[in-house]
Design a protein around this ligand. Structure first.
Ligand code: PEP
Ligand code: MN
Length: 358
C-alpha cells in the first residue's frame, strides 16, 4: 500500500521553516502526540526576494534528525537541487517534496529525478505555480520513470495577479480533480496553508479537500505562529491543528447503506436521462447554427455578430437567474456553446471561399 494511504487523512504538519533547534523539537514533540503521520519543515526556503530568511540548511537537517530520533516521527523537507537531495539522504530524511517554484521547470525536475535514480524514498510533488495540469503530471512522470514508487501530488493552489476570493493561491479545484482522474492510484494531498495564506480559513479548505476525496492534508504548524520567520499569517499552533483535525467530517466514496444507494441510483437514472436530452438539444442547436451559417454566407454576413452575442449573454443570463442558476455559470457554458457554433459557421464560410478560389 502507498506510503501516503496508510491513514485518511494522511496528515503532514510542521513549521514552514526550521528556525531553531528548540522550535523544531517543541513542534515535533507536540505533533508526535497527535494524529500526524509526517513532520515537515523547510530547511532551504524559496523566497521571493533576496535578503529574506532563506533557511538554516545543513544545521537544520541535524535538528530534524534529532527530532526524528527523539519523537519517532518521520521527516520531510523540500529539495530544489541535487545537492539538497544528497544532504537529505545523508541525514536520514524520510520523504522529499518538490516545491511549486521547482515543478514549473522540467530541466530542474529532471536533474532531481536523475539524482534519485535507484533510491527508494517517497516523493511529493507540489503543483506548479501556474495552473497547468500537464506540467504537474509531467513532473510526477519524471519521478515515476526513475523508479520512485511512493508518489504524492500536493495541491497548494495557483498564482494569480489578484488574490481573488481572498485566497493567497487560487485553488482551481478542477486541476487536482483532473490529475486524480488521469492517475487514480496517485495520492493527492491538499495544502490549505498555502492556498489560503490565512489561518482562519484553513479548516474550511481542509474540509472541502476531504469532500473532494483527497487523501491527505499538509498544514503548517508553529508553536508561536505570529513570530514565524516565514509564512506567519497562515501557520497554526499544534493545539489549533488538533481542533481542526477533530472537526473534520471524513466522508467515503462508497457505502453499504442500501437505502441510500437506491436513492442515489434513482437520482442518477433521472440525471442520465436529462443529460441525454441536453446532448440531443445541443445537437439540434448546432444544426440550426449550420443553417444560419448558410444564410450568413448568402447574405455576406460575418459568422460572429457582436450584438447578437450581447443579446444571448443578456437573455440567457436573466433566464439563469430566474431559475436560481448563477449567471456567471450559464454565461461560461454559453461561451463554450457559442464558440462551437462560430467554429462550425466559419467552416461553412471557409468552404465557400475555397470554392470561389478554385
Ligand atoms: C512551503 O511548503 O513552505 C513552500 C515554500 O511551499 P510552495 O512550494 O507550495 O510555495
Ligand atoms: Mn510555507
Amino acid at each position: 500500500m502507498s506510503f501516503f494511504k496508510k491513514a485518511r487523512p494522511f496528515v503532514i504538519a510542521g513549521p514552514c521553516s526550521a528556525e531553531t533547534r528548540e522550535q523544531v523539537l517543541e513542534t515535533a514533540h507536540e505533533l508526535s502526540a497527535m494524529n500526524v503521520q509526517l513532520f515537515r519543515a523547510g530547511v532551504w526556503k524559496p523566497r521571493t526576494r533576496p535578503g529574506s530568511f532563506e533557511g538554516n540548511g545543513i544545521e537544520a537537517l541535524g535538528w530534524l534528525q534529532e527530532a526524528k530520533q527523539t519523537y519517532n516521527l518521520p521527516a520531510a523537507i523540500e529539495v530544489a537541487e541535487p545537492a539538497h537531495i544528497e544532504l537529505a539522504l545523508k541525514h536520514g530524511i524520510d520523504v522529499l517534496w518538490i516545491g511549486a517554484r521547482t515543478t514549473v521547470n522540467p530541466f530542474q525536475v529532471q536533474h532531481l529525478a536523475d539524482a534519485l535514480r535507484g533510491v527508494e524514498i517517497p516523493v511529493m510533488v507540489k503543483n506548479p505555480v501556474n495552473a497547468d495540469a500537464d506540467l504537474w503530471e509531467g513532473a510526477i512522470e519524471r519521478f515515476e520513470k526513475v523508479g520512485i514508487k511512493d508518489l504524492a501530488a500536493i495541491h497548494r493552489g495557483f498564482s494569480g495577479y489578484t488574490s481573488a476570493a481572498g485566497y493567497r493561491n487560487q485553488p482551481n479545484w478542477p486541476i487536482p480533480i483532473e490529475l486524480k482522474r488521469r492517475k487514480p492510484e496517485l495520492a493527492i494531498i491538499c495544502d490549505p496553508s498555502h492556498i489560503t495564506g490565512n489561518r482562519s480559513r484553513i479548516a474550511e479548505v481542509a474540509q472541502k479537500a476531504m469532500d473532494m476525496h483527497f487523501d491527505g492534508l499538509m498544514i503548517e504548524t508553529h508553536p508561536h505562529p505570529d513570530e514565524a520567520w516565514s509564512d506567519a499569517a497562515q501557520q497554526v499552533t499544534p493545539q489549533r491543528l488538533k481542533e481542526i483535525l477533530a472537526g473534520l467530517v471524513i466522508r467515503e466514496e462508497y457505502t453499504r447503506d442500501m437505502s441510500g444507494l437506491m436513492q442515489l441510483e434513482y437520482l442518477r437514472q433521472l440525471m442520465d436521462s436529462l443529460d441525454a436530452e441536453i446532448i440531443d438539444l445541443l445537437g439540434r442547436r448546432m444544426e440550426l447554427s449550420e443553417q444560419m451559417g448558410l444564410v450568413k454566407k448568402d447574405c455576406n454576413l460575418t459568422a460572429y455578430q457582436p450584438a447578437r452575442w450581447r443579446e444571448i449573454v443578456e437573455t440567457r443570463g436573466e433566464r439563469a437567474e430566474a431559475h436560481l442558476l448563477s449567471k456567471e455559470f450559464i454565461v461560461k457554458l454559453y461561451e463554450q456553446i457559442h464558440h462551437e457554433s462560430i467554429r462550425r459557421q466559419l467552416a461553412i464560410l471557409e468552404n465557400i471561399e475555397k470554392e470561389i478560389k478554385k
